[in-house]
Design a binder for this molecule. Structure first.
Ligand code: DOR
Ligand code: ZN
Ligand code: ZN
Length: 438
């Protein structure tokens, strides 16, 4: 019987080395990986000669917005941005409007995402101020619980030692990770100078918050995931506290490759939380990826805002930048320029994120795994926000040279994106929600 689709003659990574392979796809799964001489017949064949055929990336930190914030991003534009950026699974954060705190709100999100998605979409929920009110009906549809100590989803939630421990207990009880934004800043504090903003959200604040969660972790057998590590000191503490799978951490390309003094900050182009740090921090984070292994995965923290909210003066501007269309090209540029090897790339962008959230059947190219694949070419270009499919087009990476371009994206065996065109209607490809695999 012919396979549904054959990706012929691409460059695969086999045992850490580049090798020419053909990949046969049947019923949404990878059926066979073979040398071109042994390939089966297929109903559709794509010649991938000269293309790197890689697992679609899994981005576990994305703000897709929609619902009350569809002017910033919709499930359609956000997941088109993901597909065009070589990402086949995104996991959506709960700080939406309304926030994801009840099964009613989560189901509303899932319904919208199902209609409009171009890639797989997983979800997180927040935790209510009064933890006993947590809506357990959400659990089967969640990949994790996410908390923001500096900006709680429910006003006046205080992240005391007891509250943090109870959040950890809740996540552990439901066998899902607790993710947190490490920042101990007081949520109600107002600032009137850029320096005050940076002081409020300093590395000291990041470290203080991390330590609070780590001390709660001693009391509870659960999984804790540190979002967007931005400081050398935080990475160091994580390395010291590593405990196989129960403490994991992520980093963004902007915290890895941009530093505060690259920008004059007259507007919000490079404003995000955590803020950009110094070059000592970026160097330490790069080291933490491959040397100390303090960091388990790369995420975009795609946080779209309208142009006028980014072009406002720094203090008034919104925090957050788009990242779905820059993350994989930037990381693959590291590989193509010899600063990162394939094993680290695949671990940090594909298999690592799947492992952190317990997503089964994704993150590697192997027989029986989901056919979530991206084909990439080595080509010089320059990042231009105006070219993004995301509604958010202001990026601090504007003008940065990249050497990698995703050209074909396959989600669950469907060719979603090919050379700038979307080949399926919204809602056709991918699953929402992506579920945990245990
Ligand atoms: O810069 C940020 N933007 N940091 C966050 O923690 C939230 C995000 C957003 O939702 O805009
Ligand atoms: Zn955050
Ligand atoms: Zn975020």
């Amino acid at each position: 019987m012919p396979a549904d689709l054959l990706l012929r003659n691409g460059i695969s990574v086999v045992a850490g080395k580049e090798a020419i392979r053909s990949i046969a796809i049947e019923a949404g799964k990878i059926q066979q990986i073979c040398s071109p001489a042994d390939e089966p017949t297929a109903r559709e064949v794509i010649d991938c000669s000269g293309m790197y055929v890689l697992p679609g990336a899994i981005d576990i930190h994305v703000h897709l917005r929609d619902l009350g914030q569809s002017e910033k991003e919709t499930f359609a534009t956000g997941t088109m941005a993901a597909a065009a950026g070589g990402i086949t699974t995104v996991v959506d954060m709960p700080n939406s409007i309304p926030p994801t705190l009840t099964s009613f709100d989560l189901e509303g999100k899932i319904e919208c995402a199902l209609i409009d998605k171009f890639v797989n979409v997983g979800f997180y929920a927040g935790i209510p101020k009064n933890i006993v009110e947590f809506d357990e009906k959400m659990i089967p549809n969640l990949l994790g619980l996410k908390v923001y100590p500096h900006a709680p989803l429910e006003k006046e939630t205080k992240y005391t030692k007891d509250h943090i421990r109870d959040c950890m207990k809740l996540a552990a009880k439901h066998k899902i990770p607790l993710l947190f934004h490490p920042d101990a800043a007081a949520s109600e504090k107002r600032v009137s100078e850029k320096e005050e903003f940076l002081e409020l959200h300093s590395c000291r604040s990041e470290v203080r918050s991390l330590k609070r969660f780590l001390s709660a972790k001693v009391e509870v057998e659960g999984k804790l995931h540190v979002c967007h590590v931005s400081c050398a000191a935080t990475a160091e503490i994580i390395a010291e506290n590593r405990a196989e799978d129960t403490l994991t951490a992520e980093v963004t390309p902007h915290h890895l490759f941009l530093s505060d003094n690259d920008f004059s900050h007259e507007n919000g182009t490079a404003k995000m939380l955590p803020p950009l740090r110094g070059v000592d921090d970026t160097r330490a984070l790069q080291n933490a990826l491959t040397q100390t292994c303090a960091i388990d995965c790369i995420v975009s923290d795609h946080a779209p805002h309208e142009e006028h909210r980014k072009k406002a003066p720094f203090l008034k501007a919104a925090s957050g930048i788009p990242g779905l269309e820059t993350t994989i090209p930037i990381m693959l540029t590291e590989v193509f320029e010899g600063r990162m090897n394939w094993v680290d790339y695949l671990r940090l962008c594909c298999s690592g994120p799947a492992r952190i959230l317990g997503i089964r059947g994704k993150g590697i190219i192997a027989e029986g795994y989901d056919a979530d694949i991206t084909a990439v070419i080595k080509e010089d270009s320059v990042i231009r926000g105006a070219d993004f499919h995301s509604k958010a087009k202001i990026t601090p990476f504007e003008g940065r040279k990249i050497f990698a371009k995703p050209v074909i994206t396959v989600v669950g065996g469907e060719i979603v994106y090919s050379h700038g065109e979307f080949l399926v209607d919204p809602g056709v490809a991918g699953n929402a929600p992506v579920r945990k695999g245990w």
